[in-house]
Design a protein around this ligand. Sequence first.
Ligand SMILES: Cc1cc2nc3c(=O)[nH]c(=O)nc-3n(C[C@H](O)[C@H](O)[C@H](O)COP(=O)(O)O)c2cc1C
Length: 248
Amino acid sequence: MNANEQLRSLIKSHRSIRRFQSKVVPQSIIDDLVECARWAPSSHNVQSYSIICIRNQQTKEKLDKLCGNQSYISQCPVFFVFVMDFYRHAVISSAYQTSFEIEETENLLIGSVDTALVAENFLLSARSHGLGGVMIGGIRNEAEEVAKLLKLPKWTLPIMGMCVGYPDQHPWQKPRITKSSIYHEEYYQTDNLNVDLAKYEHITEDYYTNRTNGKKTDGWGKQMSVYFSKVRRAKLTKFIKDQGFSLK
Ligand SMILES: Cc1cc2nc3c(=O)[nH]c(=O)nc-3n(C[C@H](O)[C@H](O)[C@H](O)COP(=O)(O)O)c2cc1C
């Protein structure tokens, strides 16, 4: 395989890893992951993110609880928190004595997108070293408590966590939504959506039934309908506002 094929194969063989060997991840590898992450593109080049590396067992255990009892956070050798970060920009604006108009919703989007791009670079680079991982949106469950624990300053938000380590499992790959549902030429097309969704429902019903020996049988559509039938993270909006983003 040449380098391009290797890259495409790495991307297409993605699966989240939630069980890890106890083997330590050397700091030299983490340094390389950070280096690769730093080269993600950034909106207006604002580079509005920070990465916090956590090896301390007690901190991981606290985060495990705060993320809704996700035990792989305690179990993984190293956990990262990807933080949307405009604190540096506040410091700069103060130094240049300019006004700091950060509150608008646009900046929240810029910062979350920047942070997500960095996180995906990080995960792909980790996989290229034989590591595996899973992103953890549960870090926003108790964002205020996480912020206290990690001493996050104003104008920052934890966007996602990431468990990283040497995989101790090789899970089945989760089938993705069909290309025809997500790819449109020239304009947004809905004509075949119901047929495409029905196909994906069958594919995912089979996948979950086989993977769980019949314990879980709902397809993706059913799962999504349940997921979006409830309010999630109702406390988050207040915390986002408290951190300096009025969402105006
Ligand atoms: C931003 C983000 C947050 C996620 N949060 C969690 C999480 O809190 N807990 C978890 O077990 N998986 C989490 N995941 C992993 C997804 O559940 C997973 O990517 C999805 O089910 C598809 O499975 P796959 O990654 O194995 O292909 C998250 C993924 C992303 C992109």
